[in-house]
Design a protein around this ligand. Structure first.
Ligand code: ZN
Ligand code: FE
Ligand code: FE
Ligand code: FE
Length: 265
Protein backbone atom coordinates (compact mmCIF):
# COMPACT_ATOMS: atom_id res chain seq x y z
CA UNK A 1 0.00 0.00 0.00
CA UNK A 2 1.51 3.24 -1.12
CA UNK A 3 -1.10 5.92 -0.75
CA UNK A 4 -4.48 6.92 0.58
CA UNK A 5 -6.18 5.45 -2.46
CA UNK A 6 -4.78 2.02 -1.62
CA UNK A 7 -5.92 2.45 1.94
CA UNK A 8 -9.40 3.41 0.74
CA UNK A 9 -9.55 0.30 -1.42
CA UNK A 10 -8.52 -1.77 1.55
CA UNK A 11 -11.20 -0.20 3.71
CA UNK A 12 -13.85 -0.82 1.06
CA UNK A 13 -12.85 -4.45 0.79
CA UNK A 14 -13.07 -4.75 4.52
CA UNK A 15 -16.52 -3.17 4.56
CA UNK A 16 -17.65 -5.41 1.75
CA UNK A 17 -16.67 -8.43 3.77
CA UNK A 18 -18.29 -6.94 6.85
CA UNK A 19 -21.61 -6.40 5.08
CA UNK A 20 -21.47 -9.85 3.57
CA UNK A 21 -20.94 -11.52 6.93
CA UNK A 22 -23.57 -9.37 8.57
CA UNK A 23 -26.17 -10.23 5.95
CA UNK A 24 -25.47 -13.88 6.55
CA UNK A 25 -25.68 -13.58 10.32
CA UNK A 26 -28.76 -11.39 10.64
CA UNK A 27 -31.48 -13.96 10.00
CA UNK A 28 -30.45 -15.85 13.15
CA UNK A 29 -30.67 -12.65 15.16
CA UNK A 30 -34.07 -11.86 13.70
CA UNK A 31 -35.28 -15.31 14.61
CA UNK A 32 -34.23 -14.88 18.22
CA UNK A 33 -35.76 -11.43 18.64
CA UNK A 34 -39.08 -11.44 20.46
CA UNK A 35 -39.91 -7.75 20.54
CA UNK A 36 -41.90 -7.06 17.38
CA UNK A 37 -40.42 -3.61 16.91
CA UNK A 38 -36.95 -5.05 17.28
CA UNK A 39 -37.52 -7.79 14.78
CA UNK A 40 -39.03 -5.25 12.39
CA UNK A 41 -36.01 -3.00 12.76
CA UNK A 42 -33.63 -5.88 12.15
CA UNK A 43 -35.54 -7.10 9.13
CA UNK A 44 -35.52 -3.66 7.61
CA UNK A 45 -31.84 -3.27 8.27
CA UNK A 46 -31.14 -6.58 6.59
CA UNK A 47 -32.87 -5.33 3.47
CA UNK A 48 -30.95 -2.07 3.68
CA UNK A 49 -27.68 -3.93 4.16
CA UNK A 50 -28.19 -5.87 0.96
CA UNK A 51 -28.48 -2.55 -0.79
CA UNK A 52 -25.36 -1.31 1.00
CA UNK A 53 -23.43 -4.26 -0.35
CA UNK A 54 -24.55 -3.34 -3.85
CA UNK A 55 -23.44 0.20 -3.22
CA UNK A 56 -19.99 -1.05 -2.26
CA UNK A 57 -19.95 -2.97 -5.51
CA UNK A 58 -20.51 0.32 -7.28
CA UNK A 59 -17.73 1.92 -5.27
CA UNK A 60 -15.42 -0.91 -6.22
CA UNK A 61 -16.24 -0.36 -9.86
CA UNK A 62 -15.57 3.33 -9.53
CA UNK A 63 -12.26 2.70 -7.82
CA UNK A 64 -11.42 0.01 -10.35
CA UNK A 65 -12.02 2.44 -13.17
CA UNK A 66 -9.79 4.98 -11.59
CA UNK A 67 -7.08 2.40 -11.34
CA UNK A 68 -7.35 0.81 -14.77
CA UNK A 69 -8.20 3.85 -16.77
CA UNK A 70 -6.32 2.74 -19.82
CA UNK A 71 -7.77 -0.76 -19.87
CA UNK A 72 -10.96 -1.85 -21.56
CA UNK A 73 -14.37 -2.46 -20.06
CA UNK A 74 -13.87 -6.16 -19.66
CA UNK A 75 -10.65 -5.79 -17.80
CA UNK A 76 -12.23 -3.31 -15.47
CA UNK A 77 -14.95 -5.78 -14.64
CA UNK A 78 -12.35 -8.42 -14.08
CA UNK A 79 -10.41 -6.12 -11.85
CA UNK A 80 -13.33 -5.42 -9.62
CA UNK A 81 -14.13 -9.13 -9.47
CA UNK A 82 -10.58 -10.01 -8.53
CA UNK A 83 -10.65 -7.23 -6.06
CA UNK A 84 -13.70 -8.59 -4.33
CA UNK A 85 -12.50 -12.12 -4.32
CA UNK A 86 -9.13 -11.14 -2.98
CA UNK A 87 -9.81 -12.96 0.23
CA UNK A 88 -10.04 -10.00 2.53
CA UNK A 89 -12.12 -11.05 5.44
CA UNK A 90 -13.11 -8.56 8.06
CA UNK A 91 -11.88 -10.20 11.22
CA UNK A 92 -13.52 -7.59 13.40
CA UNK A 93 -16.97 -8.34 12.02
CA UNK A 94 -16.24 -12.03 12.30
CA UNK A 95 -15.45 -11.51 15.97
CA UNK A 96 -18.47 -9.32 16.63
CA UNK A 97 -20.75 -11.87 15.04
CA UNK A 98 -19.12 -14.69 16.93
CA UNK A 99 -19.58 -12.82 20.17
CA UNK A 100 -23.21 -12.19 19.33
CA UNK A 101 -23.81 -15.82 18.51
CA UNK A 102 -22.22 -16.88 21.74
CA UNK A 103 -24.43 -14.66 23.85
CA UNK A 104 -27.53 -15.61 21.88
CA UNK A 105 -26.72 -19.25 22.49
CA UNK A 106 -27.02 -18.77 26.23
CA UNK A 107 -30.05 -19.80 28.17
CA UNK A 108 -31.75 -16.47 28.67
CA UNK A 109 -35.05 -14.92 29.51
CA UNK A 110 -36.49 -13.69 26.23
CA UNK A 111 -36.63 -10.08 27.40
CA UNK A 112 -33.00 -10.20 28.35
CA UNK A 113 -32.27 -11.84 25.02
CA UNK A 114 -33.77 -8.87 23.22
CA UNK A 115 -31.51 -6.53 25.15
CA UNK A 116 -28.51 -8.70 24.31
CA UNK A 117 -29.45 -8.75 20.62
CA UNK A 118 -29.61 -4.97 20.59
CA UNK A 119 -26.21 -4.78 22.25
CA UNK A 120 -24.70 -7.07 19.61
CA UNK A 121 -26.38 -5.25 16.78
CA UNK A 122 -25.16 -1.89 18.01
CA UNK A 123 -21.59 -3.08 18.27
CA UNK A 124 -21.88 -4.07 14.66
CA UNK A 125 -23.42 -0.74 13.69
CA UNK A 126 -20.70 1.18 15.48
CA UNK A 127 -18.03 -0.78 13.69
CA UNK A 128 -19.66 -0.02 10.36
CA UNK A 129 -20.05 3.64 11.28
CA UNK A 130 -16.36 3.80 12.01
CA UNK A 131 -15.41 2.08 8.75
CA UNK A 132 -17.73 4.07 6.53
CA UNK A 133 -16.82 7.32 8.27
CA UNK A 134 -13.14 6.71 7.64
CA UNK A 135 -13.69 5.63 4.06
CA UNK A 136 -15.79 8.69 3.36
CA UNK A 137 -13.08 10.93 4.77
CA UNK A 138 -10.54 9.28 2.45
CA UNK A 139 -12.84 9.64 -0.54
CA UNK A 140 -13.35 13.29 0.29
CA UNK A 141 -9.64 13.82 0.62
CA UNK A 142 -9.07 12.11 -2.72
CA UNK A 143 -11.83 14.19 -4.27
CA UNK A 144 -13.77 11.11 -5.35
CA UNK A 145 -17.15 12.80 -5.28
CA UNK A 146 -19.34 9.90 -6.33
CA UNK A 147 -17.58 7.48 -4.01
CA UNK A 148 -17.98 9.93 -1.19
CA UNK A 149 -21.66 10.32 -1.92
CA UNK A 150 -22.27 6.57 -1.96
CA UNK A 151 -20.37 6.03 1.26
CA UNK A 152 -22.21 8.84 2.95
CA UNK A 153 -25.55 7.37 1.99
CA UNK A 154 -24.65 4.15 3.73
CA UNK A 155 -23.11 5.95 6.67
CA UNK A 156 -26.37 7.77 7.27
CA UNK A 157 -28.30 4.53 7.13
CA UNK A 158 -26.01 3.02 9.73
CA UNK A 159 -26.55 6.01 11.99
CA UNK A 160 -30.28 5.62 11.55
CA UNK A 161 -30.12 1.94 12.43
CA UNK A 162 -28.07 2.70 15.51
CA UNK A 163 -30.45 5.42 16.62
CA UNK A 164 -33.44 3.19 16.14
CA UNK A 165 -31.85 0.45 18.24
CA UNK A 166 -31.06 2.95 20.98
CA UNK A 167 -34.65 4.05 20.99
CA UNK A 168 -35.87 0.50 21.33
CA UNK A 169 -33.41 -0.27 24.12
CA UNK A 170 -34.12 2.84 26.11
CA UNK A 171 -37.79 2.86 25.23
CA UNK A 172 -38.65 -0.48 26.78
CA UNK A 173 -36.41 -3.42 25.96
CA UNK A 174 -33.89 -2.67 28.70
CA UNK A 175 -36.67 -1.86 31.11
CA UNK A 176 -38.40 -5.15 30.41
CA UNK A 177 -35.10 -6.95 30.79
CA UNK A 178 -34.50 -5.27 34.12
CA UNK A 179 -37.98 -6.11 35.36
CA UNK A 180 -37.70 -9.77 34.63
CA UNK A 181 -34.50 -9.85 36.63
CA UNK A 182 -35.75 -7.99 39.67
CA UNK A 183 -39.11 -9.73 39.71
CA UNK A 184 -37.29 -12.77 40.97
CA UNK A 185 -35.84 -10.91 43.93
CA UNK A 186 -38.20 -8.09 44.89
CA UNK A 187 -41.01 -5.97 43.62
CA UNK A 188 -38.91 -2.86 43.69
CA UNK A 189 -37.85 -3.52 40.17
CA UNK A 190 -40.98 -1.95 38.82
CA UNK A 191 -40.30 1.53 39.99
CA UNK A 192 -36.63 1.18 39.25
CA UNK A 193 -37.56 0.15 35.75
CA UNK A 194 -39.59 3.25 35.21
CA UNK A 195 -36.72 5.46 36.20
CA UNK A 196 -34.27 3.80 33.92
CA UNK A 197 -35.21 5.90 30.93
CA UNK A 198 -32.86 8.54 32.18
CA UNK A 199 -29.47 6.92 32.33
CA UNK A 200 -28.57 8.64 35.60
CA UNK A 201 -31.46 7.07 37.40
CA UNK A 202 -30.91 3.98 35.36
CA UNK A 203 -27.36 3.37 36.37
CA UNK A 204 -28.21 4.01 39.96
CA UNK A 205 -31.03 1.55 39.96
CA UNK A 206 -29.08 -1.03 38.07
CA UNK A 207 -26.21 -0.91 40.48
CA UNK A 208 -28.67 -1.37 43.30
CA UNK A 209 -30.26 -4.39 41.76
CA UNK A 210 -27.11 -5.92 40.46
CA UNK A 211 -26.24 -7.28 43.84
CA UNK A 212 -29.63 -8.92 44.22
CA UNK A 213 -30.22 -10.30 40.78
CA UNK A 214 -27.18 -11.59 39.07
CA UNK A 215 -26.63 -11.63 35.36
CA UNK A 216 -29.72 -9.99 34.01
CA UNK A 217 -29.33 -6.57 35.51
CA UNK A 218 -25.75 -6.56 34.43
CA UNK A 219 -26.84 -7.26 30.91
CA UNK A 220 -29.38 -4.50 30.95
CA UNK A 221 -27.01 -1.96 32.34
CA UNK A 222 -24.27 -2.82 29.90
CA UNK A 223 -26.56 -2.70 26.92
CA UNK A 224 -27.98 0.51 28.20
CA UNK A 225 -24.69 2.24 28.20
CA UNK A 226 -23.74 0.91 24.80
CA UNK A 227 -27.17 1.61 23.48
CA UNK A 228 -26.97 5.17 24.60
CA UNK A 229 -25.54 5.22 21.16
CA UNK A 230 -23.39 8.24 21.73
CA UNK A 231 -20.46 6.48 20.22
CA UNK A 232 -22.32 6.54 16.97
CA UNK A 233 -23.61 10.04 17.04
CA UNK A 234 -20.30 11.14 18.44
CA UNK A 235 -18.44 9.74 15.48
CA UNK A 236 -20.94 11.46 13.26
CA UNK A 237 -19.81 14.88 14.26
CA UNK A 238 -16.27 13.61 14.41
CA UNK A 239 -16.46 12.14 10.94
CA UNK A 240 -17.97 15.25 9.51
CA UNK A 241 -15.55 17.67 10.97
CA UNK A 242 -12.47 15.59 10.34
CA UNK A 243 -12.68 15.62 6.59
CA UNK A 244 -9.79 18.01 6.68
CA UNK A 245 -7.55 15.74 8.65
CA UNK A 246 -8.35 12.07 8.52
CA UNK A 247 -11.06 9.63 9.37
CA UNK A 248 -9.21 7.73 11.99
CA UNK A 249 -8.14 10.79 13.87
CA UNK A 250 -11.74 11.91 13.85
CA UNK A 251 -13.12 8.71 15.20
CA UNK A 252 -10.56 8.66 17.94
CA UNK A 253 -11.36 12.06 19.22
CA UNK A 254 -15.05 11.63 18.79
CA UNK A 255 -14.92 8.40 20.71
CA UNK A 256 -13.47 10.32 23.58
CA UNK A 257 -16.06 12.99 23.28
CA UNK A 258 -18.85 10.51 22.98
CA UNK A 259 -18.08 8.50 26.02
CA UNK A 260 -17.93 11.66 28.04
CA UNK A 261 -21.25 12.89 26.80
CA UNK A 262 -22.65 9.43 27.33
CA UNK A 263 -21.67 9.59 30.94
CA UNK A 264 -23.04 13.03 31.38
CA UNK A 265 -26.47 12.06 30.15
ZN1 ZN B 1 -14.83 -4.40 8.66
FE1 FE C 1 -24.17 -1.97 6.79
FE1 FE D 1 -12.32 -5.00 9.54
FE1 FE E 1 -25.58 -1.75 9.53
Amino acid sequence: MNDLGDLLRHEIQDLFSAEEQMIEAMPAMIEKAKDTELSKALKEHLRISENQKKRLDEVLKLLGEGEENTEGEEKRGLFSRLFKGSGTKCKAMEGLIEEGKKVMGEDMNEKVMDAAIIASAQKIEHYEISGYGTARAYARQLNLKEVERLLEQTLNEEYEADKRLSKLALGDVNIDAERTGSAKSKGSGKSAGKQSNGSKAGSKSSSKTSSKSSGSSKTSSSSRSSSNGKGGSGSKSGGKSTSKSSGSKGSKSSAGKSSKSGRRR
